[in-house]
Every structure is written in C-alpha cells, then in structure tokens.
Design a protein around this ligand. Structure first.
Ligand code: MSP
Length: 624
C-alpha cells in the first residue's frame, strides 16, 4: 500500500548556551506538524539535532577548560532533556560530530571539488564568530556584525571556495516556478532580491582552528561550519550510503528555520543540493522571532527564559499551546509570562476545560451519567466546518489558525449550552436534551483529536472523562468523523482539565521588571468593554461597612453592582452622577448581593477616588 511520507526538519541547535523559549518555538512547531502527519497515517520522519562544530564552540569549551567533545557531550544531555520536557517526538537526533555525518560532509566536499564547483583560493575579509558568518566591509554596520551586532574579526587565510554564482539563475527560476518552496512571501522576496544582486563565491573551509570536519582532499582545512551543518539534513536521510532510505525520505517536505537563517538555507543549502544533483526541499518556511519587549531573546542580553522552568510551573500543554497559538506562524511575536497565563486561562481553563466539566456534569445530572442517543445535531455542521478549516490551515503551516478553528468549535459548544439551556429542557422533559448533551460531548471528542498534535496530555484526559474506551494515542484522523461517540458511554467526571492560574505574588523589583514585559496587544484591551453609567439608586449593604449597592443605568439596561466605596462616598452624593463601568465582567455574589459589573476607581492616601467623565454623557456611552 502506498503511504505518503512526511519529512520535517528543525535547524540543528548550537550547544553554546542554555536554550530558551524562543528556541523551543521552532521545535514545538515541527513537533506539532510531525504529530499531525502521524495522525493522518503518514510515514513521518522528524529530524532535529545539534550543530557542534565551529570556532564559537571551540572557544566556549576552551573557556570552560574542557575539550570540545566533552563540552558538546555535556550540552547534548541538557538539550535532550529539554526536548523530553516539551515532549518533542523526534525520530532522529543528529549530532554533527557523529561519524555518519562527518563521512557525508567529506563526500559532499569531494564531489563538489571533483566537479569543479569548489576551488582553492584565499579569503580576506571579516568574520562574525557568533553567527559563523562571513561579511564584506560594506555589509558591516558601524564595524560590527549586521545580524547580531557582535564583534567581527579580520580573516586572511587560504580557503576553498564554492562557486555559488554558477547556480544563481537556476535557483531563481526554481523559486519563481514553485510558489510553495520559500515561505512566507516576504522572505521569498528578500531572498530573490538578494540573489539578484549577484552571489559571490563562498569560502567553505577554515584553517585557523581544527574543531570541524577534516577534509582528506584539503589537508589543514576543516569544513566551514554552515556547509557542515546544512549537510545534516541529508546525512540523516541516508545520503550517500543508504540510497533506499534516501529515496524514501528525500526531498524533505518542510524545513522550518528561523528568519535569520533563511539566507543559509534558501541559498547555500539549495545550491549545494543542485550542485550534487539532488532535489530541493518541497518547502522552506522561515518563521519569525519570539521577542521580549521588542528584543530578540539571548543570554548575552540577559533576558533568557528557561522553558523547563515554564513547563514545571504551567505544565507542558500550556507552554506548547502558547507557542503554537499566540502568534501567527511566520510573524514575530512577543513572549511574556503574563501572556502565557492569559492564553492558558482563557482558551484552555475557561473555554475547553469548562466545556468538559459542564458537559460531564450535565450528563451525570440529566442523563444518569450516560451519553444519550441523539435524534439530530445542531453542532455537527459547525464542527465539520471547523475541522476542514483546521486541515487547510495545517497544510498551509498556519498552526495558530488551525488551533483557532478548534477554539471556534469549542466556543460554539459553550454558546450552545447557554442558548439551549439543558437544565430547562430537563425540567420540561424536552427530548432535545439528549441531542444537546450528545453534541457537546461529541465536540469535545473530536476537539481532543484535533488538539492532539499540539497538546500532549489534555486530549487523553478529555477522552478518559468522556468514557471513550480507546486511548487517544491510538486515534487517527478518521476519528474526527462526526458521530464516533457511542451512545450509552458512561462518562467519568474528573478534576478540572486546566486549573486556573492565579497571578503570582512577586517581589517589588521583579514585579516592576515584569510590568515592562507584560504589555498586552490591543485586542486584549478591546475585550474589556467599558461604558459610562448613570447612578440611579445607592444604598449601604447591611452588615458591610465598606460596601455600597448601586443601581446603574447603562442606556439599554439597568444593573446592580456592589462596590467597596462606602467609606469615601455617601450614597446620596452618588445618585444622578456618573461612573465608568466594566460591563462584560462575570457577575459575582458579594455579601449575598449579585454584583453585575465593576466601577473604575483609583486611590490616594488610602481613600477611594472614582473615575468619572469630565462632563455628563448619555448613559451607556462606550469608553475607548
Ligand atoms: N546552528 C544553527 C542552525 C544550523 S541549521 C543547519 C542555529 N542554531 S541556533 O541554536 O542558534 O538556533 C536554532 C533555531 O532557533 C533557529 O531556527 C533560530 O531561528 C531559532 N531561534 C532562536 N531564538 C529564537 C527566538 N527568540 N524566537 C524564535 N526562534 C528563535 O541557528
């Protein structure tokens, strides 16, 4: 039987620093894709690994007083542990110091030299060790590296060069005739402009140090670290010794890379492949950066965020979900712990978690704990539309869009509870009750399948609480077909899927530092609906000295709110005046009185000061 294959790669990671949440971004995205394609029954090969050679790593090892090999071995443990914590399901973890890889690099060099694409010359110019990149004088910015702003050093050495220019036209033609090949479009345009400027021959060996792949044809030289590193993608697929395996997986279907290394992949890597007579990857996707307050994360900038700590604090699903959902894949995005908490609370604890607890509770209460047999469905069309949007989005690598589609289906189910009011249907003995309860449980069942590429724990718990016999790990994409939940299945209520995360108490300086990071996007501000309200009535709440009960006019409706302002405002002084009210706050009970909104105030020297409009405006005027 023909089985579609799916070969996905991440860049291989430098082991020079502890990896931060930004690094986890590429890997979690690749993992979600790999899991999705496995779910679809494809022959998936997911590759990640480590880029262990080069001057930068030799320097770090020397600074720590160990040999480079001891240094990279030690770092490899940390990186594997991080991927284990994030539940990265790679099929191969390649290390460029492995003999299988060194052999491939030597073979690639030998072939390119033999066919005249590589020749011996002399390099004179600048080199950034942090980026392992060559730069001409004109590209430097104030004498520093144009990418990382780090120092560059002058190099003058004998070197082998690769004639990139020979392949420039073929590469341009490939890019133009394969719109999927290089994405997103903005990066494709940048690369096309770059290639059109003309490609200089690339120095592909170094002589100043020896921590690299040694080349039998070039004594005293080691392979330039990027030539070495890029080759990993074909080493792992079996080139050149395992032609059968290589034919099975190459070309890669998706190569994910961060935007700063698109240049190396789209140009150097693809020209290497062309020169070797190999096919180009189907798709190279350059994703954006996750930044902290507008700056790329890096240890040297002192703003590293440790993903292992975040996983311990919030759970693996919260971290994975945030990375995949928060930012449209391809764009830059801002990371903050507050944003991570908000995402988890809103999407996972409130929307998904509550749907599960409400659904299982109602099935217990109104249907003796068993999934009822439905007569018809009101949510099926919504779910099917969401799932087909999910498939489209995953195919287009719109990971956030795919999860958003699942979110829409979950939101529709929550809304269905409000509008269908199963408690009323039950009281009236209305047979629609069974349809509604089945719909809710079935949405949860299919949502768990669709979420399983992103979340690694919650889907299993959803199926368990719904009483599905099979473990979700055995699910396939066929399981999203509507109607899979067997009527009569006994639900098993359990603990909340995602307990709400309360904001942390922090020390003053930590809170001040975090405040800067905790900026929220405009959409979050827009979610809070503020209006001006006119106070119609005000009275003290019995037995509570500080509380006033206010009846306010919002133009279209009246509301009662309870507020702790009695020490500073007499009830009669408020009547007829105006306040600013948070209109879409969930109601709560305060001292037995239902409070449906919250007024805005500040305080000064321990006294409450109300915020009010500068002059009277119609009740209900929105505040924006
Ligand atoms: N070793 C090279 C890749 C060689 S591939 C043949 C390298 N390694 S890296 O460790 O510096 O970066 C690995 C990946 O992490 C890159 O895709 C990079 O873009 C990504 N990220 C590092 N910091 C990031 C953010 N702050 N945000 C998003 N991705 C980031 O480059």
């Amino acid at each position: 039987m023909f089985m579609k294959k799916f070969y996905v790669t991440t860049p291989i990671y430098y082991p020079n620093d502890k990896l931060h949440i930004g690094h986890a971004y590429t890997t979690v995205a690749a993992d979600a894709l790999a899991r999705y394609h496995r779910l679809r029954g494809e022959d998936v090969f997911f590759l990640t690994g480590m880029d262990e050679h080069g001057q930068k790593i030799a320097d770090r090892a020397a600074a720590e007083g160990v040999s480079p090999q001891v240094f990279v071995d030690r770092m490899a443990e940390g990186i594997r542990a991080l991927w284990a914590a994030l539940r990265i399901s790679y099929d191969d973890f390649i290390r460029t110091t492995e003999p299988r890889h060194e052999r491939t690099v030597q073979e690639v060099f030998r072939r390119l030299l033999a066919q005249g694409d590589i020749y011996l010359g002399r390099y004179e110019g600048w080199y950034c060790t942090a980026c392992e990149s060559y730069w001409t004088e004109t590209k430097l910015v104030e004498g520093r590296c144009p990418v990382c702003s780090g120092p560059v050093s002058r190099l003058q050495e004998e070197s082998y060069f690769f004639r990139l220019g020979r392949y420039a036209d073929r590469l341009l033609q490939h890019i133009e005739t394969h719109p999927q090949f290089l994405q997103p479009e903005s990066r494709r345009n940048e690369m096309v402009a770059f290639i059109r400027q003309g490609l200089e021959d690339l120095s592909v060996t170094r002589t100043g140090f020896d921590w690299g792949v040694k080349l039998p044809e070039a004594a005293g030289h080691v392979a330039y670290v990027w030539i070495d590193a890029l080759t990993n993608y074909i080493t792992a697929a079996g080139y050149p010794d395992d032609p059968e395996r290589f034919a099975r997986y190459w070309p890669a279907d998706v190569q994910l890379v961060g935007k700063e290394i698109v240049r190396f992949h789209a140009i150097i890597w693809c020209i290497m492949l062309m020169a070797l007579g190999l096919e180009l990857p189907e798709r190279i996707f350059g994703h954006g950066w996750l930044v902290l307050s507008g700056e790329k994360m890096s240890k040297s900038r002192g703003n590293v965020v440790d993903p292992v700590v975040l996983v311990e604090r919030y759970g693996v699903d919260a971290v994975r979900y945030f990375l995949l959902r928060e930012v449209p894949f391809g764009a830059d995005g801002t990371y903050s712990e507050a944003a991570l908490r908000l995402r988890t609370n809103v999407d996972l604890a409130n929307d998904l978690g509550n749907l599960l607890s409400r659904t299982t509770a109602m099935i217990e209460r109104f249907a003796q704990g068993k999934v009822p047999a439905p007569r018809s469905s009101e949510l099926r069309a919504v779910a099917e539309a969401a799932l087909s949007e999910y498939e489209r989005a995953m195919g287009a690598l719109e990971l956030s869009g795919a999860l958003e589609a699942v979110g829409r289906m979950v939101a529709a189910a929550n809304k269905h509870i409000e509008t269908a009011a199963p408690w009323t249907l039950s009281r009236k003995g209305d047979p629609r009750l069974g349809d509604v309860l089945y719909d809710l449980a079935e949405v949860l069942r299919v949502a768990a399948v669709a979420l399983s590429p992103a979340l690694v724990e919650a889907p299993a718990e959803i199926w368990r609480q719904l009483g599905v016999e099979r473990p979700v790990s055995e699910a396939t994409w066929d399981d999203v077909a509507w109607g899979g939940l067997v009527p009569g299945t006994r639900v098993r209520r359990g603990a909340p899927l995602f307990p709400r995360i309360e904001a942390e108490e922090r020390s003053e300086p930590a809170a001040a530092a975090a405040a800067e990071d905790e900026r929220i996007p405009i959409e979050d501000v827009r979610r809070v609906k503020l209006v001006v309200a006119t106070v119609l009535e005000a009275r003290r709440v019995e037995g509570a000295e500080r509380l006033l009960e206010l009846v306010v006019d919002l133009g279209s409706e009246r509301r009662t709110i309870v507020s702790g302002i009695a020490a500073d405002y007499a009830p009669e002084a408020l009547v007829g005046g105006q306040i600013v009210l948070v209109k879409n706050l969930k109601p709560s009970k305060i001292r037995g009185v239902r409070s449906d909104g919250m007024l805005l105030a500040t305080s000064e020297a321990g006294h409450v000061v109300l915020l009010r409009p500068d002059r009277a405006v119609p009740a209900g005027s929105p505040v924006s």
